[in-house]
Design a protein. Structure first.
Length: 254
């Protein structure tokens, strides 16, 4: 489901330099604006195409599951432990993370999901799955790296395998020391060759009044303020806000 800040499902975007932008919802409601910035996360490819953007890149959902240490075993891990990242798969690698509230997290893994909202293993979206099945880039990613892809899926459904990966960094860790936590879904953009896009990707709509953020890679939360500055800087340039002065304030947001 595609939701805007107005809490409605977006079904269409019409952009014309002379008329402005109209965002349409399934209920028939519309939102009108002079300019539009799309930043759809997991839905960035769908939203980007709605706004007149290119077919690619494709955004794949990778489910990241967390476990955590039971309170009586939290003394096993007292500092952050991170694996050395693989440049080909920067989102893969279980972390051991003590939190300020005393809880200790183990994870996440990175298992390819069959739904953009695949927070559970059995969450399957037919539309998403069919589009993934005919995506050449996805097949190149999977067939070129079958070991990593299926290993992560196995860890997603097998707690012993999941904890076994973390045990490499904490040999005393055992399955019975842990409890299941929660899961999130990580947006990973790939190009037509199956290569993971590791940097920001902006796209200008043909109308000149739409800016699509097609990829904003992790750590998006950690860097959220810097990312916002980057997006605004790009909008100021692309929409010529310095000359048009669209805001009531004397200063353009930065």
């Amino acid at each position: 489901m595609l939701l805007s800040i107005y809490r409605f499902e977006v079904t269409g975007i019409d952009a014309d330099a002379s008329r402005g932008v109209t965002v349409q919802s399934r209920s028939g409601e519309e939102v009108k604006a002079k300019w539009l910035i799309t930043c759809g996360g997991l839905q960035a490819d769908y939203v980007g195409r709605m706004a007149g953007g290119a077919k690619g890149p494709t955004v794949l959902p990778f489910r990241g599951t967390y476990h955590e240490l039971k309170p009586e075993y939290r003394n096993l891990i007292t500092r952050n432990i991170y694996p050395v990242p693989d440049p080909k798969f920067p989102m893969v690698g279980v972390h051991l993370t003590p939190r300020v509230d005393g809880r200790v997290l183990i994870g996440p893994n990175s298992a390819l999901a069959l739904s953009k909202e695949g927070y559970k293993f059995l969450n399957v979206n037919i539309k998403d799955s069919l589009l993934f099945a005919i995506n050449k880039g996805l097949w190149k990613l999977v067939l070129g790296n079958p070991g990593i892809v299926f290993q992560e899926i196995w860890r997603d459904i097998n707690t012993r395998a999941f904890v076994g990966e973390a045990k490499r960094y904490c040999p005393k860790l055992e399955v019975e020391h842990t409890t299941h936590g929660w899961a999130g879904v990580h947006a990973v953009a790939i190009d037509g060759s199956g290569k993971i896009i590791g940097n920001f990707l902006f796209e200008n709509g043909s109308s000149g009044i739409v800016l699509n953020v097609r990829n904003a890679p992790s750590p998006a939360c950690t860097s959220s303020l810097a990312i916002a500055n980057t997006v605004v800087d790009r909008a100021v340039k692309d929409f010529d806000w310095l000359n048009k002065k669209p805001f009531k304030t004397d200063k353009v947001p930065a």
